[in-house]
Design a protein around this ligand. Sequence first.
Ligand code: ZN
Ligand code: ZN
Length: 413
Amino acid sequence: MITSVRGFKDIYGKEAKIWKKLENIIREVFSTWGFEEVRLPILEKTELFQRSIGDTTDIVEKEMYTFIDKGNESVTMRPEGTASVIRFINEHKLYTLEKNLKLYYLGPMFRYERPQKGRLRQFHQAGVEFLGDLTPYAEFEVLSLMDCLLEKVGIKDRILYINNLGCPDCRKTYRNSLLKYLENNQDLCEDCNRRKITNPLRILDCKQEKCKEIIKSAPKILDFICVDCKKHMTKLKELLTLNNISYEIDPFIVRGLDYYIKTVFEVHAKGLGSQSAILAGGRYDNLSKDLGGYDLPAVGWAMGLERVVLLLDETFVEDDSLDFFFIYFDDRGEKIILPLINNLRKKGVKVSYDPSKSSLKSKLRKADKLKSKYVVILGDNEINNGTFTLKNMEKGEQFALPLDKLENLEKEI
Ligand SMILES: [Zn+2]
Ligand SMILES: [Zn+2]
């Protein structure tokens, strides 16, 4: 038997209903906030991610699904959405100075990681990008959107962590001080020893226990940021407080991507164990320029849908029971019932029926299994009397009604 690929999952049944409702809420809230959808391709040129996410990041070094296609081009299944959004804006020349761009995407991403709870190799993200605004109001916009969305989804136990990574100017000073601190440290993991030369800030993000221990007493970026970066952060904190969005400062958030500057943030939810980050993002003013495009300041975040789904149970989705189940036994019944069913479905009423020759008892059992609220019975007796039987399954009561009431059956309940 052929099974699915490791880290790739089928979603069906109750879980699929949860996904559908979650995606509906996401789309609704995004569009209320003025974000427009962009449907991006799954496959991009490998170079896009090498140059945006960064050559020395874990994603690019270890986790990408990269292959040479039949035209001998190196292509990659997107590991995230932001790089594609920037590529898209520049390719279609969509930016004008007069107007901010507010875009969102929703769909599968791919990373070759060790599969575990809440982490798959094909996973799904919903993300927003707010482009064209250098001020902290851009961060505020996407963070208050986040707050509204998670509230609507019902993720109450959550914390927003914020950090400021500084601009390229102040980061240089920090980088030197961090290297000085690490200079005399022989205990870093192999990766981090390499990172000292390639990308020291990555060390702050290392998952190895011994590195984490060393990092704990390392100099903090927040002590090194310049006046402008400090002002930026103070204003953002003010805006969040003014709008009752609670947050905590966490100097250890660096995010696994190279393109962030100034603000970075993560939202963690209780009840997910060690993989508790459900949403993360930050500011990436230089990404577009670095990719040869517009000088386009930007802030964005992405939410991991698998982890959000882990926090939801079936009470999240409405009961999907039937409104009516129809029972009949012969051609006379069928001629009345089938056109009626068609009409009801067109009106959005949920109905089903059983055209088989089985008994009343077994058809009632089927109606019960499908959790139908009402059953309509049209047997010989009923047709001869010009009536039908309407049975309320919950109460167990039933009435005989004249056949012409079938016309507007949904009004009888
Ligand atoms: Zn700065
Ligand atoms: Zn390390």
